[in-house]
Every structure is written in structure tokens, then in C-alpha cells.
Design a protein. Structure first.
Length: 179
């Protein structure tokens, strides 16, 4: 009897004090101490023992839509449309990006004479060749996005918008260095 009474008293004290600003005492702790598994931990309940799960097939990270023209330069050249006109702001940003990412190989004016060009077996092509001048904006964008031969893709370093700004600046360089 004594036991029942004291139990009742304990419950009354811990469970019903709505005025207290302290958290209640939790008598059954299962919910407080859930067996959460940390990322990269070992999880014996999974078939592959990995705590981290693979995203479902076909999942795309936000802002990372796949490039639809992989290894399809001609199609990219026909279908991709430059969203920018080469206004001053776009060209200014385009120059900054070109000088950061492209100049080291293609040279400050796109003449293929960047600082590392000397040491390269395949020389970086010029931007003012008949070939590149005749290309559409989308075709140049494709090289930056998908790479070409020895030149790697810059898709992971440069956002889509910024790639188009570079294309605008390449157009500007072509005008400046017209043959
Ligand atoms: C590490 C040196 C290097 C960097 C950096 C580089 N490129 Fe290239 N680029 C090359 C080489 C080499 C080629 C020729 C590849 C091939 O066709 O095998 C090339 C090819 C190109 C072509 C095709 C030209 C043609 O005549 O076929 C374009 C356009 C181009 N690059 C633009 C750019 C732009 C824009 C950037 C900056 C985002 C850039 N490249 C960064 C080395 C580089």
C-alpha cells in the first residue's frame, strides 16, 4: 500500500506540474534516447551496413539539372539560346570569369597564348578562328559545359548563367581581334 501511495505521489508531482518552467522528468526514456545513427556510421540493421542511404534513382540535387546535350555539340549549337545580350554589365562579368578560368590557356585576348600554353602539347586554339567565329553561342557554351578533347568541362566550377556571360565576352574578344 505504501508503495502504491508513493508511486501515485511521484506521478502527481512529475506529470502534472504545468506551471513549472523546467522540463518534466521522463520516467520512460526510450523516446529521449533514440538509437539515431550518425552519417558514415556502421548500421547493422541495413543489408550493406551503411548508415547513409543512396538517394532514390533519378534524384536530382536542387539546381543541378543534368546537361541534356552531353557529347552532342551539333544539337547543342542548334538548340541552345544565349539568354543574354552582351550589355556592359554582362561583358564586365564575362571578362572577370574569362580572365579567371580561360585566360591561363587561351590568352588574355583569346589568341591561344596563355601562360601555360607553351608547355602544352595540344595548343589551346584561338577564339578568333573562322571556325569559332562561325559557331553559334550555344556551340561555344557547349565546349565550356561539356569540354572538348583535352579541355575539360567547367560545368561544376562555373554556373550556367556565368558560362553564357563568358560566351558573350568571347564574342567581344572576337570583335577586338578580328582577322
Ligand atoms: C587548361 C587549358 C585550358 C583552359 C583553362 C580552357 N581551355 Fe578551352 N581549350 C583548351 C584546349 C587544349 C582546347 C582544344 C581541345 C581539343 O580540341 O582537343 C580548347 C578548346 C576550346 C574551344 C574550341 C575551339 C576550337 O577551335 O575547337 C573553345 C571555344 C574553348 N576552348 C573555350 C574555352 C573557354 C571559354 C574557357 C574558360 C571557361 C576555356 N576554354 C578554358 C584548353 C583550355
Amino acid at each position: 500500500m505504501k508503495y502504491v501511495l508513493s508511486c501515485t505521489l511521484v506521478f502527481a508531482l512529475v506529470a502534472c506540474d504545468s506551471k513549472s518552467d523546467k522540463p518534466n522528468v521522463e520516467l520512460i526514456q526510450n523516446m529521449m534516447e533514440s538509437p539515431a545513427i550518425k552519417a558514415q556510421d556502421y548500421d547493422p540493421s541495413k543489408k550493406d551496413y551503411q548508415a547513409m542511404r543512396m538517394p532514390p534513382e533519378g534524384t536530382v540535387a536542387q539546381g543541378k539539372a543534368p546537361y541534356m546535350y552531353k557529347a552532342q555539340p551539333e544539337k547543342a549549337g542548334k538548340e541552345l539560346v544565349n539568354p543574354f545580350s552582351g550589355n556592359e554589365q554582362v561583358l564586365e562579368k564575362g571578362k572577370l570569369l574569362y580572365d579567371t578560368y580561360c585566360m591561363v590557356c587561351h590568352g588574355p585576348k583569346g589568341l591561344g597564348n596563355g601562360t601555360v600554353a607553351d608547355k602544352m602539347l595540344v595548343k589551346p586554339p584561338v577564339m578568333n578562328s573562322e571556325k569559332v567565329v562561325s559557331w553559334s553561342d550555344g556551340r561555344i557554351y557547349h565546349v565550356i559545359t561539356d569540354g572538348q578533347g583535352l579541355m575539360g568541362s567547367y560545368a561544376s566550377q562555373i554556373s550556367k548563367e556565368d558560362r553564357w556571360k563568358i560566351v558573350n565576352y568571347v564574342r567581344q574578344l572576337q570583335k577586338e581581334t578580328k582577322q
